[in-house]
Design a protein around this ligand. Structure first.
Ligand code: HEC
Length: 112
């Protein structure tokens, strides 16, 4: 009886969580989002490792990225060949992470 109730609650949280994440992706093509993301990119030292336009150091423009993957990487951090990007979840708000995501998408999609 109690266990059945717990199962229903857990399932509800899982389904609710997925639905929420799905709807929660903002409009990443909004120029305001992209501009805010670029400001953030310079202000939060992203440019220190990724270059002022995402092309220096650890280049972000030559890979296929999907918005949720970018969000996740920025939020949780990432490690590759001994290079580590810190997690930004405690530093940036979700909104700011989406702005940074919009910016990263914009440089990825417009090769110069
Ligand atoms: C200390 C250096 C450092 C800083 C600062 C840094 N990154 Fe990174 N970033 C990395 C490394 C290392 C990787 C992983 C290397 C790779 O995937 O090639 C990475 C990967 C990424 C990726 C690719 C994720 C993927 O899924 O392939 C994105 C997007 C990104 N960083 C965005 C940002 C943003 C936005 C900021 C600022 C809020 C930032 N980074 C700050 C080092 C850094």
């Amino acid at each position: 009886m109690t266990r059945g109730f717990v199962m229903v609650v857990v399932a509800g949280i899982l389904i609710g969580g997925v639905a929420f994440a799905e709807e929660d992706v903002p409009n990443l093509k909004d120029p305001k989002m992209i501009a805010a993301g670029h400001d953030l990119f310079l202000a939060k030292q992203c440019a220190h490792c990724h270059g002022v336009d995402g092309r220096g150091g650890i280049n972000l423009t030559e890979r296929e990225l999907d918005p949720k993957g970018i969000f996740q990487s920025i939020a949780d951090g990432r490690e590759k060949r001994g290079l580590r990007m810190p997690a930004w979840r405690d530093v940036l708000t979700d909104e700011e992470i989406w702005q940074a995501t919009a910016y990263v998408m914009s440089v990825g999609q417009q090769p110069k």
